[in-house]
Design a binder for this molecule. Structure first.
Ligand SMILES: [Zn+2]
Length: 141
């Protein structure tokens, strides 16, 4: 593994540590409210829907659709300069939560809103595995 120079999350933050631990194990997990049962992302101590405290972490399907995307032509962080231009996608997962990430193995000119995608896990350091997305396998495959 080469040195990763892009910004990294801090997986030791109390609220988000379970997310990063699950990602390291190839599982996409989010908090699920113990009161109303809705998933939320990013992790937070209070449910944004019912304002209850308490949540449990649950695995998600990892499947969703590209809801939006944009192409970056400027490197706001020097380590991204070599990637320009690059796409950032907003994925709405089947469980309703939205993540911002990148697509892998999808040519930029084939990216469109509504594209069915699934989570893919990229270990960038020994501690951090990023959740990215690739084209979804057909249902039942
Ligand atoms: Zn709730």
């Amino acid at each position: 593994m080469t040195a990763y120079t892009k910004p990294l999350p801090r997986p030791t933050d109390v609220d988000n540590a379970p997310y990063w631990l699950a990602a390291r194990n190839g599982v996409l997990e989010c908090q699920c409210c113990g009161h109303c049962g809705r998933f939320r992302f990013p992790a937070a101590p209070i449910c944004p829907f019912c304002r209850s405290r308490g949540a449990r972490w649950k695995a998600l399907s990892g499947r969703g659709v590209v809801e939006s995307f944009c192409r970056f032509h400027k490197a706001y962080w020097p380590a991204f300069a070599a990637d320009l231009p690059y796409l950032v996608v907003q994925v709405r997962l089947d469980e309703g939560v939205r993540l911002y990430s990148n697509l892998i193995d999808v040519p930029d000119d084939q990216v469109r809103i509504g594209l069915q995608v699934e989570a893919s896990f990229e270990a960038v350091t020994t501690d951090v595995t990023l959740v990215k997305f690739r084209l979804a396998a057909p249902a039942g495959a």
